[in-house]
Write a protein that binds this ligand. Structure first.
Ligand code: MN
Length: 285
């Protein structure tokens, strides 16, 4: 099942290149009072809502998915987790390029662990990326994004995939420089998630997916998730050993080699096997 959020927070079921408005299912979500629970209520309820989503889609008139403005399929994650240098070839390119490491002591993921991005940085492909410091180097990073489906606290590797709601394409945009990752990667619009959420049953093995990023038709990054240093189950095990993962939390699993600068006017095409592709425009803030 492919679920997207679009236009003014409508929810759609995507089949091939057609979208079916199933927003009526949102009315069945439980009413909430302060203090709101952490995490995304739609993602938390997604399994239970499946029959209603299918029913609503059967009554909806299809329209081309290309006609809508795609937002992040997750509206309210409590965390966006990042995996630093999680592909060996990307680690190698960072170590030899001063414009990437900025004299910082780059440690492997086995030592440094994970980082967090602000949730306010999250946008969908239809919103684009706004460069806040266009005079500095801003880089693209295409990544497989994992969306957590249920509360995960100290989950063992063997059970980790049971906690996944689905997968999407992530862009972990970054401004290069000496600041902490959590600051450089948390600028508004520097976390792009889309084009939709592909639920977990459609991707039994997230460890064998081709991923690619092109700018203006020129391929910049191309790899396969089998080259991850820490694979998806390991990332869930590691993250949840330190903090509870909530429904809707996003793990950006790391980017392969080929990272490079973007400038206003660039158009990114990012694709991942079995998920799809998304187009993201770059502008100055
Ligand atoms: Mn990254």
């Amino acid at each position: 099942m492919r679920i997207c959020r679009y236009d003014d927070d409508r929810i759609g079921l995507v089949r091939d290149d057609r979208l079916y408005d199933v927003s009526e299912v949102l009315e069945t979500l439980p009413a909430m009072r302060w203090p709101l629970p952490l995490g995304d209520r739609l993602i938390a309820s997604l399994d239970a809502l499946r029959p209603r989503i299918e029913d609503a889609a059967s009554r909806a008139a299809p329209r081309p998915v290309a006609d809508v403005r795609l937002l992040s399929p997750v509206a309210n994650p409590s965390k966006i987790v990042g995996a630093p240098v999680n592909y060996r070839q990307h680690l190698d390119e960072v170590l030899v390029d001063p414009s990437l490491h900025h004299g910082l002591d780059i440690k492997p993921i086995e030592k440094i662990g994970l980082f967090l991005k602000s949730v306010s940085s999250l946008v969908g492909p239809g919103q684009g990326v706004a460069l806040r410091f266009p005079d500095r180097r801003n880089d693209h990073e295409v990544e497989l994004a994992v969306v957590i489906g249920k509360t995960a606290d100290r989950v063992a590797r063997a059970e980790a995939l049971d906690y996944v709601a689905g997968f999407a394409i992530g862009l972990d945009m970054t401004v290069r420089g000496p600041e902490e990752r959590s600051m450089r990667k948390s600028i508004d619009s520097y976390s792009v998630l889309g084009p939709w959420l592909v639920t977990a049953e459609e991707i039994e093995d997230p460890g064998g997916l081709d991923l690619e990023l092109a700018i203006g038709g020129d391929t910049r990054q191309k790899s396969n998730t089998r080259n991850l240093i820490f694979d998806v189950p390991k990332l869930i095990e590691l993250a949840s050993s330190f903090y509870t993962l909530c429904p809707g939390d996003v793990i950006m699993t790391g980017t392969p080699s080929g990272v490079g600068p973007v400038k206003p006017g660039d158009v990114i095409d990012a694709s991942i096997e079995r998920i799809g592709s998304m187009r993201v425009e770059i502008r100055a803030a």
